[in-house]
Design a protein around this ligand. Structure first.
Ligand SMILES: Cc1cc2nc3c(=O)[nH]c(=O)nc-3n(C[C@H](O)[C@H](O)[C@H](O)COP(=O)(O)O)c2cc1C
Length: 150
């Protein structure tokens, strides 16, 4: 059974291309030992990563990645499990720096990443509104129940 995750995150600080390259290189080495494959895309202040492999190995890797202080505000975009073919069978961790090429296609991809990332802010706002609204509704319901019983 294969588990695959896709997520997006923000660089915690201004990591230079050298540091990003190092993350990808060390990741590729470590992942090969754990039968993990994937792709790591860097663009401006954003990362997009696909990781896929045996479920327990992916869970252990995710525990490490999600507490890594070099990035923050992870947003899991998709999580799949099952008898899935690998998307990146040849790549321990293939790295793509969209800022390095300057090609027209890379501009479009950078925009797509930014728009996906901006969804996070929209989701946060919607969640807050939902929570507050339900919370106020519950408080009001409790208050009128208390009034009715007094
Ligand atoms: C964006 C990003 C992606 C990463 N991807 C991987 C990865 O695919 N495989 C991996 O072993 N470490 C990856 N790392 C590094 C891990 O977060 C962690 O530093 C590394 O696995 C060593 O963990 P440890 O010091 O707890 O042993 C990534 C880090 C970042 C910031």
């Amino acid at each position: 059974m294969l588990k695959r995750m896709r997520y997006i995150s923000e660089l915690a600080e201004d990591l230079g291309p050298g540091e990003i390259e190092r993350i990808g290189r060390l990741a590729a080495e470590a992942n090969e030992k754990d039968q993990i494959t994937g792709m790591l895309v860097a663009s401006g202040k954003l990362f997009f990563q696909i990781i896929e492999g045996p479920e327990d190995a992916i869970d252990r890797l995710w525990a490490r990645i999600s507490r890594d202080p070099r990035h923050r505000n992870m947003l899991v975009l998709a999580e799949e499990r099952g008898d899935l073919p690998r998307l990146c069978p040849e790549w321990g961790m293939r790295q793509v720096d969209l800022d390095a090429g300057g090609q027209r296609r890379d501009n479009a991809l950078r925009t797509i990443l930014k728009v996906i990332h901006s969804q996070r802010a929209v989701m946060d706002e919607l969640m807050c509104t939902l929570e507050e609204s339900v919370w106020h509704g519950l408080l009001e319901a409790d208050a009128s129940a208390a009034k009715a019983s007094s």
